[in-house]
Design a protein around this ligand. Structure first.
Ligand SMILES: [Ca+2]
Length: 357
């Protein structure tokens, strides 16, 4: 063996030995999402009966705004088992790990704010689009299939069971036991404390960036200011009573459910519906581009739709031996010490500082 190679060989062996002794030194190829324990319970699902899903962002917003007292679905009682849900929407930085590890064929066209014509299909992807929010903003322009692929990849990497939430789980986590229109009560004008929605900052942003463009008509900004014109760093607004952020607003979130206009007995177990139109998926929560949507509001979206208003968060299932079967156990509490949570706190602090200066 030549001396140089021997030296390199010994150095590598030493490095591997060190990494084996101190696993924390080994850079992980993934980021564990910050999760919140959600207790089990009962919920009644009821919302307006849905028309067939729209296929464009402009149609989405009018679908939200034009519902004039539509007929309601019959109420459906649902039992929810305990689970964990992402405290935040999945960020650009987390998704970037997935792209780097898998070379996933990300969409390169995205329906996004592009001109005075509002949303248009234009070149753009998860990392670069017209209003990319940076590493700590929620990832968008990925579409439902990529969200699903991300969950499967993260499960494989971590040995945990991550997946998209069912819409019943989503609503249960979003309500945090509230029975009001919004998780914070019935007053939409309180939204700016809890959600990044269509507010005065949103109106000012499009006016500034698109030559005097203004929201008008049915898509009317709230009088309050949530201090975000477009998508914001996740967790920038107050959480709900379960400690979960941005369920209403910021990005519209994909659920695992196939599209059905109404609820039925098939929702009763709380799991995602796998019957109905599975070329369409159900969204929940609305976005920065919309007035705050009620926590029960839902819509459908083509599974292959790629837009800048949609993102996702993940659920983690509590398998039989999961430490958080006992949420007060030390083993479960240890899981709450997630370094990414600290990174996000720092990112928000820097953003606030920049905002003030
Ligand atoms: Ca806003």
């Amino acid at each position: 063996m030549i001396p140089g190679f021997l030296h390199l060989h010994r150095s590598c062996s030493l490095a591997f030995a060190l990494l084996a002794s101190f696993p924390a030194l080994a850079a992980k190829g993934y980021i564990e999402p910050v999760m919140v324990n959600i207790p089990g319970g009962e919920i009644t699902l009821q919302s307006p009966i849905l028309p067939p899903p729209p296929t464009s962002s402009s149609a989405q917003s009018s679908a939200v705004a034009s519902s004039v007292a539509p007929p309601m679905t019959p109420p459906q009682a649902v039992s929810i088992k305990p689970f964990r849900i992402g405290k935040y929407e999945i960020t650009v930085k987390e998704f970037g790990k997935f792209v780097a590890a898998t070379d996933y064929p990300v969409p390169e066209q995205c329906r996004q704010m592009h001109s005075k014509n509002w949303f248009e299909l234009a070149p753009g992807n998860w990392k670069n689009h017209t209003h990319s929010p940076g590493d700590y903003g929620p990832v968008t322009c990925v579409g439902w299939p990529a969200a699903e692929a991300y969950a499967q990849w993260l499960s494989k990497e971590t040995g945990k069971h991550y997946r998209l939430p069912s819409e019943a789980e989503w609503e249960f986590a979003a309500r945090a036991r509230a029975t009001t229109d919004f998780p914070w009560g019935n007053d939409p004008e309180q939204a700016c404390r809890y959600a990044n929605i269509l507010d005065q900052s949103a109106n000012a942003a499009v006016k500034r960036d698109y030559d005097g463009l203004e929201y008008s008509g049915r898509n009317k900004p709230l009088a309050c200011d949530d201090r975000a014109g477009y998508a914001s760093i996740v967790g920038s607004h107050q959480p709900n009573a379960f400690g979960v952020h941005d369920m209403i607003g910021n990005l519209n979130e994909f659920t695992a459910d196939c599209f059905n206009p109404t609820f039925s007995e098939k929702n009763a177990h709380g799991r995602a519906r796998t019957d109905g139109d599975c070329d369409q998926r159900v969204w929940r929560g609305g976005s920065w581009h919309w007035e705050p949507v009620e926590v029960s509001r839902r819509g459908g979206l083509a599974g292959n739709f790629i837009g800048a208003l949609e993102g996702f968060r993940l659920v983690e299932e509590l398998d039989a031996h999961h430490p958080c079967q006992q949420p007060n156990s030390q083993a479960c509490k240890k899981l709450a010490k997630n370094p990414f949570a600290e990174e996000l706190t720092n990112a928000r602090r820097l953003r606030q500082k920049a905002h003030k200066s």
